[in-house]
Design a protein around this ligand. Structure first.
Ligand code: ADP
Ligand code: ZN
Length: 808
């Protein structure tokens, strides 16, 4: 039976609507298949939607409207990806439309918009109606509803305009706005045959035309774009047409693929050492079926080379590979190594790319032209068919988790994707997450180890400087010991990396008279002093204000900056090493696109002596000249109200330390700390990852935290403190009653979130835990459904966070 109906998801998604059904006019039936974009009527508008299924039976109980138009000739969304998207929508308690639109990215949708034109001004009666008519008259043309609202300063004119329409005062039409992102084309001229005699005849009185012909004949590809010809020969169209008529050249339109922006580097072929070879062999054996592997390799053990060889083996089998990295601009080196080795078959997908380029890369993958996809977390939703290998580099990294919209974890989705595709997935890290390590330890994952650095290079020697009883700020962040080593390293021509996980100059402005600090008016945090621009800034909502001259609480002239930031550290370094070239890498110095990438490239080439930075400098870059790493305040992140604080600190310290001694000269690391006995510090010092993980697992088991339980976090946010807290209470009541039926469900809270106020909203949280994800999901899904309408009525934003990473 031929399909007569389709199921679609509207794009962008419409809150409260998951899928919609339409009937399929016979004239369009041939062009419609799952994964193509279409236009459908929705209310009075027309919107873009993606076809998710064809149906041979009419949906029961509803009368379907006709689908209007088909946008794509070929599916842009392959069936495998629809299947994965459905899984994500279910697991993360989101909707299919949200996931599909996340995958496709922005700007790919058209929608119609109400456009109002004036018919009869005298038929307006109320003041608002008259204002509308007046605005239309003064503009002299039809206006879109939003601009009409802007012109009259009204919030919603929908009802007013529809009354005016009924009275015959205005006419309302739905006009289609096309998608912001679309394909780009160029015109190409190709020489079909080289026939000098004929050309000379055709060009006897047109020497420029002859030159044009000769140019085409002599270029190796025998083709050129119209734009190139225009540059060389001036308006080429009329010059071409006799040649075209005579069948010498062909003029055609061809799609332009906007390139990704990744640089390539010189490809270094290396011979694998035994450990690397064993890892490659183990995964290669599994090519063709699903299996998860943890590749636990210390820093500079050559994990990247293992990935590259596995990718090559996958391509050799005629299948495609997906490589995920935490943050493209900071892990650019892996991308450029892939590009260097595999060239044009690499597609790069990330959000910084810009919508047009991203769309071209996306379709290159969908058409099977690019067989390797590398990108940040959203690349896990790339339209790859015949997937043969998935690699997740730095799998422990928190940036795999999306913290808004669909709150998915790119690493976890990658594992599911591999299992659906029937291919291996390799999770690589020097410091695997507690969850992954446990899976490997219990043999659910293959456990591959690279315990040594390449070429038998030694691990860096780490020492601590005990800060207890000392004032870190007074010393500008640099102890005598660290200062001494920095000087010596500079004399020996080595590069020094200094890590401090706080940007700005001082972390707060505090009054010595009354003790108050200057807070953000939207968030429950203190404002950070940025001295270069002489301003106070909120690192959560980006509020900026000038530093007050006296204390806003008591009026005393007693404000002073406290708490060390990277700007202040930079001053201290310049004092200590006046000759050295020093650069700083944090969100402030890398806001320009590509800035982080280019700073890291110059650092790798040894173009400056000292790099100061926040956690941005901890990720996997490989600079061979770094012989000294200083961690200014090693225990700074231990105090965060988060059960993963120790794990993160350990990972951060090991990763930062791992930047030292990657080249021929050995490296040294100094950890300055107030808690030299804390396991996260102590064990990082000795590279004792396994011991750390075991102590961490024991502690979490006692407290019932993941991976010993599964967790869902419900958050309730509102500008009204009472509304948010009340809704959290209601949710808790529901959770407790759910727990009566599901005895293994554990309810924690409600409680104010650690960041109680953020961007003007009060925040309350409720934690659900259970041994199985099905239990927490069932409870959370039910609570969400019950509270959906009350939340809307009381202006409370509810979010459901499955497997939360951030506890703030
Ligand atoms: P990791 O990701 O484990 O920190 P990398 O993959 O960045 O380490 O490797 C570190 C350096 O060692 C790179 O410059 C890489 O080219 C080089 N390398 C990798 N494998 C070998 C090998 N078998 N022999 C020599 N050099 C290697
Ligand atoms: Zn703020």
């Amino acid at each position: 039976m031929s399909p007569g109906w389709v199921t679609v998801v509207p794009l962008p998604p419409v809150p409260g609507i998951d899928t919609l059904s339409y009937s399929l006019p016979a004239s369009l039936a041939e062009r419609v298949q799952p994964g193509v974009r279409v236009l459908v009527p929705l209310g009075r508008r027309k919107v873009t939607a993606l076809v998710t299924a064809l149906e041979t039976q009419a949906p029961a109980g509803i009368k379907c409207r006709d689908l209007s138009e088909v946008t794509d000739d070929k599916p842009v969304f392959p069936p495998e990806l629809l299947k994965l998207s459905r899984w994500m929508a279910d697991y993360y308690l989101s909707s299919l439309g949200e996931v599909v639109s996340l995958a496709l990215g922005k700007g790919l949708t058209s929608s119609s918009i109400a456009t109002v034109s004036l018919l009869d001004a005298d038929k307006a009666s109320t003041p608002t109606q008259r204002a509308v008519v007046e605005a239309l008259r003064s503009s002299g043309e039809a206006m879109e509803l939003p601009s009409l609202e802007r012109a009259t300063g009204s919030r919603s004119l929908r009802a007013v305009v529809s009354t005016l329409e009924k009275h015959g005062a205005v006419k309302v039409e739905q006009l289609l706005q096309s998608a912001k992102v679309s394909e780009q084309y160029r015109t190409v001229v190709r020489l079909l045959k080289a026939d000098d005699e004929m050309a000379e005849q055709l060009c006897s009185r047109a020497p420029v035309r002859l030159q044009l012909y000769q140019h085409l004949r002599d270029t190796p590809a025998r083709r050129a774009t119209l734009a190139e010809l225009a540059e060389l020969f001036g308006s080429p169209r009329d010059k071409l047409s006799p040649l075209e008529k005579a069948g010498l050249v062909e003029v055609s339109r061809e799609e332009l693929c906007r390139e990704h922006d990744a640089e390539s580097e010189v490809d270094k072929r290396v011979e694998l050492n035994d450990e690397q070879a064993a890892a490659v062999a183990a995964v290669s054996e599994s090519l063709g079926s699903y299996r998860s592997f943890l590749l636990e390799g210390v820093t500079a053990s050559g994990k990247t080379e293992v990935y590259l060889q596995l990718v090559a083996a996958t391509l050799a089998l005629g299948r495609s590979a997906l490589v995920l990295v935490p943050e493209i601009s900071l892990t650019h080196q892996l991308v450029s190594r892939l590009v260097a080795r595999f060239g044009p078959t690499v597609a790069v997908l990330h959000s910084e790319l810009g919508a047009g380029r991203r769309w071209d890369q996306w379709r290159r993958v969908a058409r099977g032209e690019a067989r390797i996809v590398v990108g940040a977390r959203s690349a896990v939703l790339a339209p790859i068919a015949e997937l043969g290998l998935v690699v997740v580099d730095e799998e422990h990294d928190g940036s795999y988790k999306q913290e808004d919209g669909v709150r998915y974890n790119g690493r976890d989705v990658a594992i599911v994707r591999a299992s659906m595709a029937g291919c291996p997935v390799v999770l690589g890290s020097a410091t695997p997450s507690v969850e992954t390590w446990r899976n490997a330890n219990e043999q659910r994952y293959g456990h591959l180890r690279l315990p040594h650095r390449i070429l038998k290079r030694p691990m860096p020697v780490i020492e601590t400087v005990d800060l207890r009883g000392r004032d870190l700020e007074k010393m500008g962040g640099i102890s005598d010991r660290l200062g001494y080593l920095m000087k010596r390293n500079a004399e020996e021509g080595g590069q020094t990396l200094l890590f401090l996980n706080r940007r700005g100059y001082a972390s707060q402005l505090q009054c010595w008279a009354c003790g108050e600090a200057v807070n953000c008016s939207n968030c429950s945090v203190r404002l950070t002093l940025h001295r270069d621009r002489h301003e106070l800034r909120c690192h959560h909502c980006d509020t900026i204000k000038p530093p007050p001259s006296c204390c806003p609480s008591c009026g005393a002239d007693g404000l002073s900056g406290q708490g060390l930031g990277t700007q202040r550290l930079q001053d201290a370094v310049s004092l200590l090493l006046p000759e050295a070239s020093v650069e700083r890498m944090d969100r402030d110095t890398t806001s320009r696109r590509g800035a982080g990438q280019s700073m890291l490239s110059r650092w790798r080439r040894g173009e400056f002596d000292v790099l100061i930075g926040t956690q941005m400098i901890a990720k996997g870059h490989d600079a061979p000249g770094v012989t000294l790493v200083g961690v200014v305040h090693a225990d700074m992140t231990l105090g965060l109200p988060d059960f993963r604080a120790s794990e993160r600190t350990f990972q951060l310290l090991s990763q930062v330390a791992g930047r030292a001694g990657r080249g021929e000269k050995p490296g040294r690391v100094v950890l300055q700390t107030y808690q030299p006995d804390h396991p996260a510090v102590l064990l990082a010092l000795e590279h004792r990852y396994t011991d750390f993980i075991e102590s961490e697992l024991a502690e979490r088991e006692e407290l019932g935290y993941p991976p010993w339980s599964r967790m869902v976090m419900l958050r309730f946010e509102s500008p009204e403190q009472g509304a948010a807290s009340l809704m959290a209470e209601r949710a808790a009541g529901l959770a407790v009653s759910a727990a009566r039926e599901m005895s293994e469900l554990e309810v924690r809270g409600p409680a104010p979130a650690p960041l109680e106020r953020l961007r003007g909203r009060w925040r309350f949280v409720l934690q659900l835990r259970a041994p199985s994800a099905a239990t927490t999901a069932a409870a959370a899904g039910w609570i969400r459904d019950v509270l959906k309408d009350p939340c809307r009525q009381d202006n409370v934003r509810m979010s459901v966070d499955v497997d939360p990473v951030s506890m703030l």
